[in-house]
Design a protein around this ligand. Structure first.
Ligand SMILES: [Ca+2]
Ligand SMILES: [Ca+2]
Length: 360
């Protein structure tokens, strides 16, 4: 490199830098392979793309490797990731079965929408074969357009598909949990687990294209712990993507679990599950969540009463009996209330330890 530049050229370069500085221009990093490798052999894998976004460094020198990130990056996927149909060309199988790197700098991991505005479908899928899949610890990030399945291990802790911690304003949109793009069910122990993150959005109050489908979770669908002002709207819990075929017959679970930080004091502030309604009693309007759960008779729950009066599930709850027959959704399964803190509350001393795992 020529170390001595004409003054005018240097001033010009400085001007460009100053112009670009606000917001630190983001880069787009495109995943172009379903492999799960970190080799400098000309493909950009999702594992490499997350590191490239976190560190703002390219994954290798060979053409086709992940571009270097630059600040708040977008990770998207090549056209080969085209959603349901077409075999396994859209599925990244974690190999070996270890979680992806945590997202530690603001990023949007965006698989896109390969469906329609009213029947959204993720374009890419991740099959964990047991392991945890993805963690986010950066504010203002997005996880969109991905199918997560197979986070099924119970060794040490209940595996999670997507976990987040200190990730304020995280947006979770158009993802499928526990079902692949080919429609095959493969439950996650916990589909989404969040702690210590405020103003998180799961789904959307206004856009059906942002709906998440929590199809099959063997333990918990969505767990939120110490997450003030979370908004959970327009999602399907316990159904396939059609919103009418129940899956909880095979995977009885707690679909939504809200917890305070330590089980003492207030629950959460301003959390909104579904609603508000436009005023039609019993109608499932746009912001509502469809929630299907196993009937009470299939659960072995020892309820206790918390200081807030919400029903808790005892930490010593024995395994629930699996059911084999799905049941159709009834209106009573639909949640459209505008009340806050709707859902099942559980003891923070319960079986899951995901909130205490080290990051990275
Ligand atoms: Ca590579
Ligand atoms: Ca970055």
């Amino acid at each position: 490199m020529n170390r001595i530049r004409p003054l005018a050229a240097l001033a010009g370069s400085l001007g460009l830098l100053l112009a670009a500085a606000p917001g630190a221009s983001a880069a787009t990093i495109t995943v172009n392979s379903t492999a799960d490798t970190t080799l400098d052999t000309g493909t950009c894998t999702l594992r490499e793309a997350i590191v490239a976004a976190n560190t703002d460094t390219a994954s290798g020198a060979t053409g086709g490797e992940c571009a270097a990130g630059s600040g708040a990056d977008t990770i998207n996927f090549s056209a080969a990731f085209d959603g349901p149909g077409g075999g396994t060309s859209d599925t990244i199988a974690l190999a070996p079965a270890t979680s992806l790197p945590s997202v530690t700098e603001q990023a949007a991991i965006d698989g896109g929408n390969c469906g329609t505005a009213t029947a959204p479908e993720p374009c890419a899928a991740i099959d964990a074969a047991g392991a945890d899949i993805l963690q986010v610890t950066a504010d203002d990030s997005t996880v969109r357009g991905l199918a997560f399945k197979g986070a099924s291990d119970t060794t040490g802790h209940d595996s999670f598909a997507l976990a987040f911690s200190t990730a304020n304003r995280l947006s979770i949109r158009n993802n499928w949990f526990g079902v692949g793009l080919d429609g095959s069910l493969e439950a996650n122990r916990i589909s989404v687990a969040g702690v210590a993150s405020d103003d998180v959005v799961v789904g959307s109050a206004t856009s059906a294209a942002d709906r998440n489908v929590f199809a099959a979770s063997a333990f918990v669908g969505l767990s939120l712990k110490n997450t003030d002002r979370a908004r959970v709207q327009g999602n399907y819990f316990g159904t396939l993507a059609d919103g009418t075929t129940a899956t909880t017959g095979t995977f009885p679970t707690q679909q939504i679990m809200l917890m305070s930080d330590n089980g003492v004091g207030g629950i959460q502030v301003g959390t909104l599950i579904g609603g508000p309604e436009a005023g039609v009693p019993g109608a499932c309007e746009a912001p509502c969540n469809v929630i299907v759960a196993a009937p009470a008779t299939s659960r072995s729950v020892a309820p206790t009463t918390s200081p807030s009066g919400a029903t808790r599930r005892a930490a010593t709850t024995p395994p629930r009996s699996p059911r084999t027959a799905a049941r159709p959704i009834s209106m009573s399964s639909r949640t459209s209330s505008g009340s806050t803190r709707r859902g099942r509350f559980a003891s923070p001393t319960g079986p899951s330890t995901w909130g205490k795992r080290p990051v990275g």
